[in-house]
Design a protein. Sequence first.
Length: 733
Amino acid sequence: MALEKNSLLNNRYRILEILGQGGMGSVYRAVDENLGATVALKENLFTSEEYARQFRLEATILANLRHPNLPRVSDHFAVGEQGQYLIMDFIEGEDLRQRMERVGTISDEDAVQIGASICDALAYLHSRTPPILHRDIKPGNVKIVPDGHIFLVDFGLAKLVDESGKATTTGARAMTPGYSPPEQYGTARTDARTDIYSLGATLYASLCGVIPEDGLARAMDNAQLTPLRKRNGRVSRRLAAAIEKAMAVDPSDRFQRVEEFKEALLNSKSVTQQTAGEYRLSPPPPELELRRELHEADTELENRPRSRTGPVPATPQGQEQPFVSPLKRQKERERRRRLALIRFFFLLLALSLLGVMFFIPGGVPDRIRNSIPLLARLGIPTQTVPAGPTETATPTSTFTITPPPPTATETSTITPSPVATGFFIPLSTEALTTTPTLIPTSPATPVGGGNGQIAYASSQFGLPQIFLADLGTRDRVQITNMPGGACQPSWSPVGTQIAFISPCGGMDELYRESSLYIMDADGQNISPIPTVPGGDFDPAWSPEGDAIAFTSLRTGQMEIFLWNTVDDTVTQLTKGAPNVESRQPAWSPDGSQIVYTVKRLGVYQIWLMFADGLDQKQIVRSGTSFSDYLPTWSYDGQLILFNQRCAVDICLPYLMRVSGTDRTEDQGARLQFSALSIEDVEYSSDGFWLVYEGAETDGNLDIYSMTVTGASRTRLTEDAGLDFDPTWRPLVP
């Protein structure tokens, strides 16, 4: 609870006004009635014994700080279970956020002056024993006093680090989106380079007036940093390069010491090195005008550090781990997978050579063959076996892989090997979790379910190609052999044709060079769909078969278009503002509506529109903490399933549901299935089965099926490649 105006704290400090509020507590302007001086009073509402001990330790160290760009801490105390308090110099003037609101973007010269001043303050903090990390540098914490002097304020998130590099603080780990580096999220180790990133982000925002893309989103490849000069072409190249280096996702790519960043800033504008405290800006407006602007600026609450509900649990000493970019981790996993594939290939080659030697009569002398007990037990024929029928071991494989038919675009022949993969591996025959809301309301003839067929893409033999798997006969056939690969199959409503895209190099975010094609269900008669340069993907065949909705980059960003299969006309359905993009269309069963995703505010959202593009509206509101994507309809149109991922953290995809008819329900509900990963789900035609791409503990992406209640979960593929984009074949008349 905020302290009341005019209340007296600790029999000495009278509260005048609240200056700001955050997850740890509030900051007040107060007057020290013993000295008659105005002070800043900062509270910490977390009062556990460990927090109180840590607070006293940090307050004692901060009280000994003496630097011209830092406020002084003059007192600290605790008030029972109410809270703990720091008394600091009250810095008159405006903060950098208010200056940006008042004058717009700042000049290169001012950015260098600010950067050099804060670098001096950080160099002092980082050189203390133990070192001190600020961890909350942003425009609101850079103050400019009436004489133009620059201060770094607010040590609410400061962390002390002992000589071994271990954190000594147990305070909450909060972060300010856009200004916090990716390692400040979660439990990765923070160090001096964390402050360097935040200072770079602060200078970036002050030079272009736009908060930079969030560090964690960049680390997860959900966003890319827009070059500073693209947003403000007046910024010098050398200054922009220094700031962007400071904001590198990987700490090892940033400046390693704050002194290096300061030197780069000064060199970018040939500014003379000055002593600490001598860098200055033009003074802010008079106090009366500033006070009015302070009351009008009501955005500080949104820019305060965001902490999860309550204090973040303390991280045991020594448990913080070096930050490793998620992209680097993904590349390392891909490298290991490639090595595994290479090892598998050579093993397969060796086995094939051995097979040629031992299985062909005369390939190996009898004395060598008979000296191997295993071959003798297997009854492998030798030269001495008389001609005629010979009993051999019964093959254990329960499937057949049929090579693809030749196509007009074929440049090479791929001969799949049956030993390279498995098929139809049951994992469970029991219901894992009952989900009554997914069960069809009326019985239907099972079509496309347990005995149906599934088209999907697989990279087991190199570039992805489309396969057709029959769940009844347990056979599968590779039906494309496109030179650039093929993926994203979509069935015609009668199940006789497939729309797909090519080239396809893998599971990419965008397919910039791809085009749409149609082929018969057996892979014959491949024909391109009329297109224009730019990249077309995400095909979705309408229930009536008269149109295919798809995503295209032909306008410069992702938008949804409609191709009329009757007259070959193409219509644009969505037209978003810059950086508001649409993709992944999915038709309702009656063909009247299309559910799709919109990339907006850095995350994906679920939207709905009529088939003609009218009445576009967001139907799931998950905020900016989650991305919602890959929507699909239930067979009866009553439900929409979709996936959800964390936007600011790293998490496995969730399977969500929302009503397909009730628009008053705008929050998705999570479906609980006992599976490690469920993504890209699709209903069978009878509504009793789901097919999806998923992974178990081995980490390989394969195709699975299960009933809508989660029972009879079956692993349909088990090969070294990635299997993805599964889709049920509709009832064939």
